[in-house]
Ligand binder design. Structure first.
Ligand code: FUL
Length: 498
């Protein structure tokens, strides 16, 4: 707007533009210069779609299908036979959704086609789908069952569609893209209501390991074969709110549930495709492509008889090291051949939800007796207290050119503090490069709580940034957050103390 008004003013002054009288009146009412002193964005900045998506923070995957019945992770080495999918009862997708919700998840990305190519819904794109399966398989429609359960329980719905199809005879030809892949996407994005995320996979074709059993040439160029830029547009035309894997968010570079302690949402498509520095992103990246961390709750993605489920404490640590490090977390919950999540998984998900509630909900900063800063941006809207008001639209800021600053929170009494959570107002770009947190019982002698680098959408700091156990915490009545380096004036949206 500022640029527009500036150039418009220039044109008006030069007499090159003449506004009709009512428009002139409107123009005079525009506040210029901005009396709010709104900070300028620091690029790259997220789209509104990415903002909504990052705020979802934690959601689930459901790896269930052909592989579940083969006892395999990738069914790419067996001749495709749809009758191998032979469920004896309709999968209980409502159980999946409620169990994931109990863990604190906000949505479910249903795996509807894995690398074996078997479609878990009645599709027109291939015969290799539930319609030709055995048992009650022909009545199963996973995207329908999961999306309905999600809507019923206030969860968002997404789809995992493997671009690679190890069993399609036309794979590696244009025909596969047009007849299979795009038809599948169209059906999924048209028939099942709102979709928040479309997951494509990095294992998306090539030779050897990524080939199939069909003896045609599988040698594709992964970067061009799927026409990613147009696939993203294609998705957005049908689902304007859906974020697209590999374009609008990046794989975090591992499947072990941790993000870099330094984690920029800044990156670029070429580096995302080469999986270069996906765990950390990089400050100079000129595109906003935040990190998503995908992780298993057992050893495998698909259920198998010998699975052992990670404990709630292990899952909690994963949460801290992903959501708490500026990434979203997608946690897999694998239904078994009965179409349900095991009792052990349901129990550990519930326990995870309780740990998150007991350890990261009671924010002492909301009861602060005072919140002060060593400096506040001019304009009257950027007070230190904005960082503790639980309002996602307000933030503490410093003046332009001022890239350091401190906020001090005084609590009504000394508390045992385990975590300090920081959030930048990332809508105007990720800025902070370095910070530290101190604590005190009297406001005059201070000790180090933790030191960190990036913040981004969310950074959860444990004492000494040690996430290995809940620990004893520290005794603190005062918490001081010092921003020690930033790409531009820091904009701190939230400081929470737990
Ligand atoms: C990987 C896939 O190859 C796995 O099978 C699984 O789907 C996981 C989420 O992504 O790259």
């Amino acid at each position: 707007m500022e640029k527009f008004t500036t150039s418009l003013l220039g044109l008006l002054a030069a007499g090159l533009v003449c506004l009709p009288a009512p428009a002139q009146g409107l123009f005079e009412q525009l506040d210029f210069p901005d009396p709010d002193n709104t900070p300028a964005p620091v690029f790259p900045v997220p789209s509104q779609r990415q903002v909504e998506w990052m705020k979802m923070e934690f959601y689930g995957f459901s790896h269930y299908g052909y592989n579940t019945f083969l006892g395999k992770e990738w069914g790419n080495d067996t001749y495709p036979d749809p009758t191998r999918y032979a469920p004896q009862s309709i999968p209980d997708c409502e159980q999946w959704v409620t169990a994931m919700k109990s863990a604190g998840m906000t949505g479910v990305v249903a795996v509807v086609k894995h690398h074996d190519g078997f479609c878990m819904w009645p599709t027109e794109s291939t015969d290799f789908n539930v319609t030709n399966s055995d048992g009650v398989g022909p009545q199963v429609d996973i995207p329908k069952l999961v999306s309905e359960a999600c809507r019923k329980h206030g969860m968002k719905f997404g789809v995992y569609l493997s671009p690679w199809d190890a069993n399609a005879s036309n794979y590696a030809t244009q025909d596969y893209i047009d007849q299979n892949f795009r038809t599948q996407l169209t059906e999924l994005l048209t028939n099942y209501g709102e979709v928040f995320e479309v997951w494509f996979d990095g294992a998306n074709g090539g030779t050897g390991y990524y080939g199939g059993i069909i003896p045609t040439t599988k040698n594709i160029d992964k970067t061009t074969y799927y026409d990613w830029p147009n696939i993203a547009d294609f998705v957005h035309k049908l689902q304007p709110g859906a974020t697209v894997w590999g374009r609008e968010f990046r794989w975090c570079g591992n499947e072990d549930g941790y993000s870099g302690r330094t984690c920029w949402s800044n990156s670029d498509i070429r580096s995302v495709q080469s999986e270069g520095n996906n765990n950390t992103g990089y400050e100079e990246g000129f595109e906003f492509i935040p990190s998503e961390s995908d992780v298993r709750t057992s050893q495998n993605w698909f259920w198998n008889t010998s699975e052992s489920i990670k404990s709630a404490e292990e899952l909690y640590k994963i949460y801290l090291e992903t959501v708490g490090r500026n990434a979203t977390l997608i946690m897999n919950c694998a239904p078994n051949t009965d179409g349900v999540l095991s009792d052990a998984l349901v129990r550990n998900l519930e326990e995870l939800g309780s740990l998150l509630k007991t350890r990261l909900t009671d924010n002492f900063a909301l009861t602060a007796t005072s919140v002060t800063a060593d400096q506040v941006r001019d304009g009257g809207k950027y007070a230190a207290a904005n960082a503790t008001d639980a309002d996602a639209d307000t933030y503490w800021a410093t003046n332009d050119g001022q890239t350091t600053g401190s906020v001090t929170i005084e609590l009504p009494e000394t508390k045992t503090v385990h975590y300090v959570m920081l959030q930048e107002y990332f809508q105007l770009g990720q800025r902070v490069r370095a910070f530290n947190i101190e604590y005190s019982t009297d406001g005059s002698s201070w000790r180090s709580f933790a030191t960190g680098t990036t913040i981004g959408y969310k950074r959860i700091m444990a004492v000494n940034d040690d996430t290995s156990s809940y620990g004893n915490g520290v005794q603190a009545r005062f918490i001081r957050v010092n921003i020690t380096d930033s790409r531009a004036c820091p904009l701190i949206n939230n400081i929470a103390v737990y």
